[in-house]
Structure formats: C-alpha cells, structure tokens
Ligand binder design. Structure first.
Ligand code: URP
Ligand code: ZN
Ligand code: ZN
Length: 460
C-alpha cells in the first residue's frame, strides 16, 4: 500500500459512508472503516469528502475553428482539469474533411494529446457526411478504443437526417453510442436571414437567432430517428427545459435516450447577452431563461438527464473580439475547472441533488456511457485511484485570476461557492494540492472506451 486516505466520507454512485481509502500503485486497494496500511503515506481527510475523479465528457482542446484554435491546448486544458478535480476528459477526433479516414483522424488527435495531457483522456469520433457509410472505418476506430460517435445537425459538419439514421444503425451493430449536437439547421438559417435583413447582427442577438424551438425540433426529430433505428442516442449540451422534457418523455416510453447539460445552462440566462461583454457568453446553443434553468435542474434530479459536462471550448477576450456579428463570433466558453464546485454548491447545497447523484452525473454515468467503467467513475477496489478530496467548508468566490484557463475569463465571475476541491489524485499520483498543480504534461494516458454490444441500457 502506498497511500491511505484516512477518516473521510466516501461518496459513490449509491452511498455516502465514513471510510478510509487505501491505494496500491495506480489502483484502489481497499475501501472501508479503520484500514491498516503499514508503511503507507497517511493523509488525514477528516471532514472532507472523497469522490471518484470527475469525468468531463465534453471538451474541445486546441480545436481548429476557421483560422483560430481554441485557447486551451491539451496541456492547459488538462492542467485546469486537475485543479478542478477532473481526472478524465473526453475530447473529439474530428477529420479535417470527409476525405480524411476516420482512423487517421483518431491517430492524429491521440498523437496531439500524447505528450501534453496531464489527466487521462478518451475520444469521441466525429463522423462527417459520407463517413457514416464507412462500415470498415467505423469498426476500426471502435477497435482502437472509440465507444461513441459525434454528429451535428447544424454547422458545416452537419449530417442529413438520413445519414444520421444510417449512422445510428451502424453504431447499434457495433455497440457504440451516437452523440448529437441538436439544433435545427433550417430554422437557424431562416432566423439569421430575418435578423440580417433587419440589421440585427450584433452578438447581443445571439439568443434571438437560435430560439428554444431550434433545439427542441432537432431533439424531437432525433428521438424519432433513434426510435426507428432502435439505437441508443445521447444528446449533448441540452439548454432548454422543453428539450430535457422531450428526452425524459422518450425515456419514460422505454426509449434509450440520454441527455447531457452544462453548468452554464443550469446557472446563467440570456440576460448576459444584453451587456457589453455579450461575446464572452456566446456559445451554441445559447443561454435561455430562469425557467429553463429550473426545469433542467428538475430533470437532472429526477434522472431525465444523466450527465453534466462542460463543453469547455475556450477563447481569449481578443479571440472573442474578432467577432463582428453573432454568426462570426467564436462560439464557446471555458468550464471544466468550475464543474465540480459549481455542481456541489448550486446542485447539492441548494437541495437539487444528493451527493451520490452528484457522483452519478459527473463521474459514474459518463464512465458507463462511454465505456470507461469500472476502471473510471467507480470508487472501489480494482478501479484506477482517481480521487478527489473535496472540502465542503471552503468558501471561494470565483474569479478568472483564481482559475487556470488560457481564456483569461470565466462566465461565473463573482459566483460564491461553499465547497471546493482540496486535492486530486490521478491513478494514485497527487496532481493537485491546495491551490498547487503538481502534475506533469504526459502523465495523462489515452483510456480506450469499451463498447457494450447489444445496445442494452448503458446505465443499468
Ligand atoms: O459553442 C459551442 N458550444 N462551441 C463548441 C462546439 C459545440 O457545438 O459543442
Ligand atoms: Zn455542440
Ligand atoms: Zn462541444
């Protein structure tokens, strides 16, 4: 045994108990009361929670967009993850064009991360138009550790409804999960034309340009397609109460539909687009209303949504300032570092979620859905010793200066938190302790996702 975390409260997906955690090498060796570990380094964690490392299932590091790259690269993105209690991130392997073979895109993206990642990582495979017919390529990337595909219903990368249907069938045969950015492209195009004709193109019109119905229609259409294909489907960054309700309704009819939301959709509203800093809050889909915030919390609490991830897609103020209109402003915000403390303060302390639910939506559910469980997302003997020591008494006011993103700002500036990560262990190694990053570029490893053939409910 090398490490004994003594006297803390262990939180798992189904319980909260006072227990010690013993670590041997990279793995959890034992969890239980009054463990003896002769020769091990002992850390007193009384009064603190011990959680399985958080998995941020939706990040974009050094992503090319036009002639820019997102501000956080594999090093700064995974360093800030460690500082926020996140021990695994899932980014995207996106072909540069439909002509780039899927396997080549996957290898390129793995190589980019290789020497830079400070926490473990996995990859969703983006599938572009036509590639949904590449049965051999899809099978090959699954064989290399891809458990999920990603498609868009808008942007240049969009797939037609028929192509999405074909991919759903391929994925079902392979046991992989299709994840989808849901916004209706035709509705977006029409609305943009209307606003351009009226001269209303300032970033302040961003939310008006993509009303709730844009997301809801795309979600409803997708649920229908997934039902026809008899395939599970996962909807990323759900921003609307009605979108979440459509997912919950499909699930209650027995359909295997999963939904992810993000802290900004739970905690911020479109009023942020009124100020001079509207560009900094511009992401797709846009922020909504306080009523949407509340309905998203309700569905998260009731199990209608299963994952909270961040869609960490950071741009600096100067990158954001290159935008002259809502449609050409770099879209996305940073978020990984504040994921756990925000969900604890505004989810658990506000009474929406229990501690085991917090662990489910931030760690266990993404691990199961993306083929990483029980190596990740599980605090039990044999799992990787990815652990967060969380101090529920620590009071923090969020400021960009206290965070580590190359964006240089946070959309949660001034938010009061009670509870903050004290320390983070990655496979038994201390990588963050009381404000200090102790990890290293290259310590993060690619973790292959393992598919679950047969398409049974991935959370059971
Ligand atoms: O605006 C956003 N969300 N940018 C990141 C890419 C995406 O759509 O997830
Ligand atoms: Zn998206
Ligand atoms: Zn995204």
């Amino acid at each position: 045994m090398n490490l004994l975390l003594q006297g803390g409260w262990v939180v798992t997906a189904d319980r909260l108990e006072q227990a010690d955690v013993a670590v041997a090498g990279e793995k959890i060796a034992a969890v239980g009361p009054d463990l003896a570990a002769p020769g091990a380094q002992v850390r007193d964690v009384s009064g603190r929670y011990i959680l399985p490392g958080v998995i941020d299932a939706h990040v974009h590091y050094q992503m090319p967009v036009g002639n820019l790259f997102t501000a956080d690269d594999w090093f700064t993105g995974t360093r800030l993850a460690a500082c926020g209690g996140v021990t695994t991130v899932i980014d995207y392997a996106e072909p540069v064009s439909p002509g780039e073979p899927l396997l080549a895109a996957l290898s390129r993206r793995r190589a980019e991360a290789g020497d830079l990642a400070c926490v473990d990582f996995s990859l969703h495979q983006v599938v572009l138009a036509g590639q949904e017919e590449d049965t051999v390529g899809l099978k090959a990337v699954v064989g290399e550790g891809v458990a999920s595909f990603k498609v868009f219903t808008t942007y240049n990368q969009r797939l037609s409804p028929a192509a999405i249907g074909r991919l759903l069938q391929q994925a079902r045969n392979l046991g992989a999960l299709v994840t989808v950015h849901c916004e209706d492209h035709e509705m977006i195009t029409m609305k943009r034309r209307e606003l351009e004709a009226a001269g209303q193109t300032d970033p302040a019109y961003h939310a008006v340009s993509r009303p709730a119905a844009v997301e809801v229609k795309a979600i409803q259409d997708l649920i229908q397609k997934a039902g026809e294909a008899d395939a599970p489907v996962y909807i990323v960054h759900v921003s609307t109460g009605s979108g979440a309700a459509a997912i919950a309704a499909a699930r209650s009819r027995g359909q295997e539909v999963y939904g992810e939301t993000c802290p900004h959709y739970l905690l911020l509203t479109a009023e942020r687009y009124a100020g001079p800093e509207s560009r900094l809050f511009l992401m797709c889909p846009p922020l909504r209303t306080a009523a949407d915030n509340e309905i998203l919390w309700q569905h998260l609490a009731a199990g209608g949504l299963q994952v909270v991830a961040t869609d960490h897609c950071s741009y600096s103020r100067s990158q954001k300032a290159t935008g002259t209109a809502f449609y050409n402003t770099p879209s996305g915000v940073p978020g990984t570092e504040t994921l756990l403390p925000l969900l604890y303060s505004y989810g658990v302390r506000s009474g929406w979620l229990t501690l085991p639910q917090l662990v489910r939506v931030l760690s266990t559910n993404p691990a199961r859905l993306f083929g990483l469980y029980p190596r990740k997302g599980c605090l039990a003997p044999g799992s990787d010793a990815d652990l967060v020591i969380f101090d529920p008494r620590r009071q923090v006011t969020l400021t960009a200066a206290g965070l580590h993103s190359a964006a240089g700002y946070t959309v949660f500036e001034g938010f009061s938190l009670q509870g903050y990560p004290e320390a983070t262990y990655l496979r038994g190694q201390l990588i963050y302790d009381q404000g200090h990053f102790l990890g290293q570029a290259g310590w993060g490893r690619f973790i292959p996702g393992q598919v679950v053939p047969g398409g049974q409910d991935l959370l059971k």
